[in-house]
Design a protein around this ligand. Structure first.
Ligand code: ZN
Ligand code: ZN
Length: 211
């Protein structure tokens, strides 16, 4: 499965470090290949006066989305229940951490294919580890076209070679000028190739090291 394109919040969180999570000693190296759908549901119509966690609904916060001011989520729909963001952020995830700091439009968590919900820091670490499997993967080409990152901004590798190439069909995510073919050397030293435009997600396939 390709990584989902999630343009918001791709910047590295300040001060975020990749530390080994505490409870994965017996974990058989799971792989994060994609991030699940956003579990939050906009619920501005029928917001109850008291949520299932016993607290009042969050008031929501305005945010700028594509130049428009929109309100963020006012509560979190989780397991069929509405809870407030404070209670949501206090949850302990499968990785042993709380959800990562996040905006009103993201969860601060990622879903693994084996059904675990983990924080972004651990998701980054797992995606970096999964590069060693040498299976096609997804990443984001940075705005300057120099690096490929996870969608939360963790470095996967650096672009070693790039060449403009022709976009064979109309695309809303790629423009003709920026579209290029790239070779990437990942953080482990292995090479990948893919096509895409700076600022959007690209699909990477393993390749041999160029001569
Ligand atoms: Zn609450
Ligand atoms: Zn974690």
């Amino acid at each position: 499965m390709p990584a989902r394109c999630v343009p918001a919040e791709r910047r590295r969180r300040p001060g975020a470090t990749i530390a080994p999570p505490p409870n994965r000693a017996n974990d058989p190296a799971p792989i994060v290949r994609h991030f699940g759908p956003h579990p939050n549901t906009p619920n501005t119509m029928n917001t109850p006066t008291k949520l299932d966690c016993g607290h009042a609904p969050d008031p929501g916060s305005p945010a700028n989305v594509n130049g428009k001011t929109v309100m963020g989520w006012t509560s979190v729909l989780r397991d069929g229940k509405h809870i407030c963001h404070t209670c949501d952020n206090a949850r302990i995830l499968s990785c042993g951490h709380h959800p990562s700091p996040h905006s009103n439009f993201t969860t601060g968590t990622a879903r693994t294919p084996d059904g675990r919900e983990i924080c972004w820091t651990c998701a980054d670490a797992e995606q970096v580890a999964a590069l060693l499997d040498r299976k096609p993967t997804g990443g984001y080409l940075s705005g300057d076209g120099q690096t490929v990152t996870t969608w939360t901004g963790g470095t996967l590798g650096r672009v070693t070679w790039s060449r403009p190439c022709t976009l064979s069909r109309m695309s809303y995510t790629h423009d003709r000028k920026g579209y290029r073919s790239v070779n990437v050397r990942d953080v482990h030293g292995n090479y990948w190739t893919g096509r895409g435009s700076p600022g959007v997600c690209i699909r990477l396939r393993p390749m041999k090291a160029p001569k």
